[in-house]
Design a protein around this ligand. Structure first.
Ligand code: ZN
Length: 164
């Protein structure tokens, strides 16, 4: 269904090109990590308590990185998106969601992701991200959620009217 022109940005086309971000982050911070399979990245669901995920296909030929769709919005600082992609790439480097050998037993053991981001000069962006998430994430999420619900309810009403 075509949306009204004043629809929230979330429902319009992606403003932040994830494939571009992934390539840039890989080149700038993870250049030593081999891309041993096909890695796809896309926006997923606007999760409340998850920023991203990484999954390996059963045949190990492809990896999928899913990013919370709210991170494409301009209200979210770019460093939150960068840190989220770098977090998932760290899992890839450690053999989680990738065919690479496992570096540790659990993906988040002993703050291994934070230490890896620090080592790769992403510590400052990580601290900014944590501070932003602590302060703004839930109010931001609630506001976006309310907007999505009101758009959906308007769409439902429209359908009812058309049927009547
Ligand atoms: Zn993680």
């Amino acid at each position: 269904m075509p949306l009204a022109t004043d629809a929230p940005a979330l429902l319009s086309s992606a403003v932040r090109d994830l494939a571009y971000y992934l390539d840039q982050i890989w080149q700038n911070y993870f250049v030593d990590i081999a891309r041993v399979n096909d890695v796809h990245i896309d926006y997923c669901y606007p999760w409340k308590s998850r920023l991203g995920l990484i999954r390996l296909s059963l045949d190990q030929k492809s990896t999928f990185i899913g990013i919370n769709s709210l991170l494409q919005l301009r209200q979210v600082p770019e460093y939150v998106l960068v840190t989220t992609i770098a977090h998932e790439l760290t899992h890839y480097a450690h053999g989680f969601g990738s065919p690479l050998p496992r570096a540790c037993k659990h993906p988040h053991a002993n703050k291994v992701v934070e230490r890896e981001l620090e080592r790769r000069n992403l510590g400052e962006q990580l601290r900014c991200t944590d501070a932003w998430i602590d302060k703004y994430w839930y109010p931001f999420y609630d506001a976006q959620h309310a907007m999505i619900c009101s758009v959906r309810s308007a769409q439902r009403k429209q359908k009812v009217l058309q049927r009547g």
